[in-house]
Design a protein around this ligand. Sequence first.
Ligand SMILES: Cc1cc2nc3c(=O)[nH]c(=O)nc-3n(C[C@H](O)[C@H](O)[C@H](O)COP(=O)(O)OP(=O)(O)OC[C@H]3O[C@@H](n4cnc5c(N)ncnc54)[C@H](O)[C@@H]3O)c2cc1C
Length: 488
Amino acid sequence: MTTYRNGEISHWMKDSGHPGFAGENSAGQGESAPTGAPAPLPTEDQDLVIVGGGLTGLWTAYYASLEHPGRSITVLEAKKVGYGASGRNGGWLSTLIPGNRAVYARSVDKAGGDGCQAVRMFQQAMFTTIDETLEVLKTEGIDAHQAQGGNLKVAQTPAGMERIRATYRGDLAYGYSTDDVRLLTAAEARSRVNVENAVGGILYGRTTAVDPALLTRGLADAVAARGVRICEDARVSHIDAGSVTTNRGRVGGRTILVCLEAYSGTVTGSAPGLGARQVIPVNSSVIVTEPLPEETWARIGWEGRECLSDAAHTFIYAQRTADGRIAIGGRGAPYAFNSGTPGTGAVDERTVGQLRHKLDALFPGLDVPIAHAWRGVIGVTRDWCAGIYFDARTRIGVARGYAGHGVTATQLAARTLLDRAEGRATPRTGLPWNDHQARLWEPEPLRWLGVHAMYRLFEFADGWEQSRRAERTSLIARFGSRLAGLHE
Ligand SMILES: Cc1cc2nc3c(=O)[nH]c(=O)nc-3n(C[C@H](O)[C@H](O)[C@H](O)COP(=O)(O)OP(=O)(O)OC[C@H]3O[C@@H](n4cnc5c(N)ncnc54)[C@H](O)[C@@H]3O)c2cc1C
């Protein structure tokens, strides 16, 4: 029998203590009434309309209101601020570029530029974006339980360590210095987090663990305090130059910036980079445990609150929360037929079991109950690379496709969108995700079959490598990476 909460938005949102927060039950429906009616839609045309109340939309509102305090700015959010991935994620404010570095580099090379140098610039921008985010938290007095313990990736098989070494070589080529990233011996990795059977690891020092709901809600409060109007329960259905259509009526805007990430395929209109075959919603699921007893923490360590992952093919992400729990997430049932949004409602038992199993493989004998399971959606393009677009004629802009690496990237995307809307050429507007063109996803049922086949291949490869403590990455995983376009 299930004894933990399952569904609702997330553990973070439940605990964010925000008075405006309305939950969602295990079927993905709102379960409690918001405290008060949502803000009315503006009747005057706005200088800036932002569609989507996640981190991209809120960062856009934040910097727009800083730069132009007198302008009218409205954020339109279908549900509640933080209802999407921004209130559900694993809380890694990470250095990872949203997308495949080699794909960005190749697209710049093809256009006659220096691809490798362009990715290095992108990486530097990710580093400074972490610094900038931490600075804003300080300036705005937002306590998001931030802890800059780094991102520790631990290999439990020699094949995993081989992959880590290959990634490290790529890191140095693509803009990390030996101060930013460090290979660790088994003993060094275990002295940080005592992962079972660790054979080595890698540490990305700048990555910071945060509570994503505190970050998102804190930012919403900062934005509202600057006079930005945030209209919740305002679902946009159509976007045209100069206006958007919502369930509550029309809103006019001289500039419209669309920040819908995995929901980008759900609106119609002439905006660049939107559409069901451009970005698909891929599920990611998380479980969080009850707080661990002190004697267990003494055994595990994890005192730096490092963001933790392993070197398996099936990506997982974990953090030690500020109140002494472990939150661990991974892909789970990945994709719903025809780009349905699989990110709401209860997590299936198989996925919860897989995450629990992963937790036990990292820390055997961890006798702690699960407190809560939830899920969300990430926006994925066909080549797993993000894109930022702005059409100067219609004054509509779009940022989306972070593929599960958006906590840092949303801030960089927001500032880039604003640069482009202002017609400014800056180092940000030269980064290779600007106008990046991925090919379209296949029509159904090929899309569904392809995504599911890829996940099954990775699961199989992980099982195969672990059971043999393989020295080399399996052929099947190499094939899966190529199929998915994930290889560098
Ligand atoms: C489970 C999970 C774990 C993750 N872990 C990490 C991590 O640890 N680190 C990391 O870097 N990234 C992580 N990510 C990805 C990261 O959370 C996202 O990339 C980022 O939050 C995207 O922010 P966003 O504002 O673009 O999109 P969202 O936060 O999804 O915001 C979009 C908003 O638009 C609203 N909306 C939808 N349709 C409409 C409409 N028609 N009209 C108006 N509003 C609409 C939604 O309700 C939502 O609030 C994770 C994602 C998930 C799901």
